[in-house]
Design a protein around this ligand. Structure first.
Ligand code: SF4
Length: 333
């Protein structure tokens, strides 16, 4: 299928989110449906956001909305304007202990995947900041650097998915996303500019070991992220099939629940050990999976990671504090 692009309208720009379970947010804004990065492991096409809209997406020219993930994008141009109205009329704001009332851009697409989504994202962040909301950006694209002037504020934290720094491996796993070395440079640039940062070391392929985690965390600590989220690749749903179709042989080693759980537990131990060695275990935030229940020895430890608050410094942000922050000098390693 050749790439299909267009626009779409949505009734409500702001959705309540269950991602407080991962310490991420209480609300999400998705500036588009579909994502041109087309990561092979992406779980979004297996979620109701795509599964329940297959007929509608076929009408728009997408032959197989799940297997053709990465080849369609429908942007939601009206979001900033609609959000402005929504916030004006909103009387209550959900603020759970782990979600902190944060608004995430985005959970089902990349907010900075191209100039079109970046423009909607910029306007959306401006609306949210004007209304004193906490904002979390999650992207694989360095395009956010062009918006440092509005992201460099205490109510905004910018995060990038950076599971590893191997550009060759990245072309197989996340074929259309900007290479991880470019993402790393963007994070360093954001760091120097004084942006609040976090990183998602996610999802890690089963080939990564203790030494890989150690080297990776050492590099990551150069931009001092407030929190380091982690989870391994999960080959469930159509993403397993897409990984195999992309020639990723390692996916076969985590396709059964047993093998996936064993890999999860091994890498969990390894990244914790690596974080202890590097001195960043306090920033490490595990994203556990409910399917691990019954597979781990320490059930209490597993449960403790659901709905856990991150160590991010949201407490120092108050509604009147959406001011910009000062710049930093790069830490020498
Ligand atoms: S960038 Fe995110 S939403 Fe887009 S394909 Fe990759 S994992 Fe999915």
């Amino acid at each position: 299928m050749s790439t299909v692009k267009g626009t779409e309208e949505i009734a409500s720009p702001l959705q309540e989110s269950a991602l407080n379970k991962k310490g991420l947010c209480d609300y999400v804004v998705n500036v588009a449906s579909g994502c041109l990065h087309g990561c092979t492991f992406c779980y979004v096409p297996s979620t109701p956001a795509i599964r329940t809209r297959q007929a509608q997406l076929r009408e728009k020219g997408v032959s197989d909305p799940q297997m053709d993930w990465g080849q369609y994008l429908f942007v939601r141009e009206e979001i900033p304007e609609k959000l402005e109205k929504t916030l004006k009329n909103k009387r209550t704001w959900r603020e759970t202990d782990s979600g902190r009332g944060v608004v995430l851009l985005c959970s089902g697409t990349d907010p900075y995947q191209n100039k079109q989504t970046a423009s909607i994202t910029r306007k959306t962040v401006e609306v949210l900041s004007k209304n004193n909301k906490k904002v979390r950006i999650l992207t694989r694209s360095p395009l956010w650097i062009k918006d440092i002037d509005i992201l460099h504020r205490s109510n905004v934290i910018v995060g990038m998915s950076l599971p590893f720094l191997d550009d060759v491996l990245s072309r197989k796993i996340e074929p259309q996303a900007p290479p991880p070395t470019e993402r790393y440079q963007a994070l360093m640039e954001g760091y120097k500019a004084g942006c609040r940062l976090y990183v998602a070391v996610a999802p890690t392929p089963p080939t990564m070991t203790l030494d890989d985690f150690k080297i990776h965390l050492e590099k990551i600590m150069c931009f001092e992220p407030e929190v380091i989220f982690w989870e391994p690749i999960n080959a469930r749903g159509t993403n397993g099939k897409r990984m195999i179709a992309a020639g990723l042989d390692f996916a076969t080693s985590v396709m059964t629940k047993k093998s996936w759980a064993e890999c999860f537990i091994r890498q969990w131990e390894e990244i914790e050990t690596a974080a202890e060695i590097v001195g960043c275990v306090d920033r490490l935030h595990i994203w556990p999976d409910p399917e691990l229940r019954g597979c781990v020895d320490d059930e209490a430890k597993l449960e403790s990671w659901f709905y856990r608050r991150t160590v991010e410094k949201w407490d120092s942000f108050s509604a009147s504090q959406t001011q910009t922050k000062s710049t930093r000098t790069v830490r020498k390693k």
